[in-house]
Write a protein that binds this ligand. Structure first.
Ligand code: PBG
Length: 308
C-alpha cells in the first residue's frame, strides 16, 4: 500500500574519472566513492548496469588545468575518452550523462572564465560551455547536464548542439542549484579549491530563497531544457515539491556529496543505521516529487534492492 516506492530505475550514479592515475584513488570525505581510472570506470559501469542502474553521470578530473578550463572541450579530454569507452562498451543499453561545467578544469576553480576583477564573466563563459557540450555529444553523451548556473546557458548549449546536428541530445539543466556548503566533499573528489577563498554565491542560489527556484526553472524550460534538476535534495524537499507541482517534464534531484558524507560518517560511528537512513532519505526525495535521483548510494541501494 506504500504510496512511494524507491526502485533501481530511479537511480543515477555520479562517477569520477581522473586522468594520469594507475589505480583508483579513494576520496577520504566520500567513503566508498573513488576517482576512477578509465579501466576501473568501465568495470564499475558494467557492474552498475548488471545491477539495473539505468544511468550514470560523469565528472572529470584532468591532469592539466588552465584559466579557461580547456580540457573540458578537448576531444581527448578525460571525460570525452570515458564517454567514448562507455558508449563502445554499453551501446544503447545505458543512459550516459555528462556534467557540463568548467570548475573541474579551471586553475581558479570557478564555473566560468574570470573578468579583470576576478568575477565570473557570464557571457564569455557561455562560449566555453557551447564547445564543451558539442565535445561531449560528439563523444557519445546522451544527456548534457549544465551545472554552472550561468544565465542563458541552456539556450546557448541548445543552439550549439543543434548547429552541430546533435538535435537529439537531451539537456538536463541544473536549474535550481543552491550555493550550498553540502558540496564540500565533492570539491575533494574533483580536486577543486576556489581561488582566494572565493565562493559561488554570485551564480548559485541563496538557500533562503524558494520562489527564486521556480523562476530559474521556468527560464531553463523556456530556453529548451528537456529535464530539470533541484540540488541539493534533502534540505530542499519543499523546492522539489513546488517544482513538481508546476512542471510537466521530468524532474531530477541530486543527493549531493555532503548529504552522503553525513549519513556515512554517522553510520560509521554507530550513531544511526546508515543503510536505513539512506533508504529513508531517498524515499523522501522521491515522495517530494523527484522522478530520478543522482546519489552516491546508487550502488549500495541497487545491491540491497537486488537482494530483496
Ligand atoms: C559543478 C558541480 C558541483 C557539484 C556538481 N556539479 C560543485 C559546485 O557547484 O560547487 C556538487 C555535487 C556534490 O556535491 O555531490 N561542476
Amino acid at each position: 500500500m506504500a504510496e512511494t516506492r524507491l526502485g533501481v530505475d530511479d537511480l543515477i550514479a555520479p562517477l569520477f574519472v581522473r586522468e594520469g592515475i594507475a589505480e583508483p584513488q579513494p576520496i577520504a570525505s566520500l567513503p566508498g566513492v573513488v576517482q576512477h581510472t578509465q579501466d576501473s570506470l568501465r568495470a564499475e559501469v558494467e557492474s552498475l548496469r548488471t545491477l539495473g542502474v539505468p544511468a550514470v553521470i560523469l565528472f572529470g578530473v584532468p591532469e592539466h588545468k588552465d584559466a579557461e578550463g580547456s580540457e573540458s572541450w578537448n576531444p581527448d579530454g578525460v571525460v570525452q575518452v570515458a564517454l567514448r569507452n562507455l558508449r563502445a562498451d554499453m551501446g544503447p543499453d545505458l543512459v550516459v550523462m555528462a556534467d557540463l561545467c568548467v570548475d573541474e578544469y579551471t586553475d581558479h576553480g570557478h564555473c566560468g572564465v574570470l573578468d579583470g576583477q576576478g568575477s565570473v564573466d557570464n557571457d564569455a563563459t557561455l562560449d566555453l560551455y557551447m564547445r564543451a557540450a558539442v565535445a561531449q555529444a560528439e563523444a557519445g553523451a546522451d544527456v548534457i547536464a549544465p551545472s554552472g548556473m550561468m544565465d542563458g546557458q541552456v539556450f546557448a548549449i541548445r543552439e550549439a548542439l543543434d548547429d552541430a546536428e546533435f538535435d537529439q541530445a537531451i539537456i538536463l539543466a541544473y536549474a535550481a542549484k543552491y550555493a550550498s556548503a553540502l558540496y564540500g566533499p565533492f570539491r575533494d573528489a574533483v580536486d577543486v579549491t576556489i581561488a582566494d577563498g572565493g565562493d559561488r554565491k554570485g551564480y548559485q542560489q541563496d538557500p533562503a530563497n524558494a520562489r527564486e527556484s521556480l523562476e530559474e526553472i521556468r527560464a531553463d524550460v523556456a530556453e529548451g531544457a528537456d529535464m530539470v534538476m533541484v540540488k541539493p535534495a534533502g534540505a530542499y524537499l519543499d523546492v522539489i515539491a513546488h517544482a513538481r507541482a508546476e512542471l510537466d517534464i521530468p524532474l531530477a534531484a541530486y543527493q549531493v556529496s555532503g548529504e552522503y558524507a553525513m549519513i556515512k560518517a554517522a553510520g560509521a560511528n554507530g550513531w544511526l543505521d546508515g543503510d536505513a537512513v539512506a533508504f529513508e532519505t531517498l524515499t523522501a526525495i522521491k515522495r517530494a516529487g523527484a522522478d530520478m535521483i543522482l546519489t552516491y548510494f546508487a550502488r549500495e541501494v541497487a545491491e540491497t534492492l537486488a537482494a530483496r
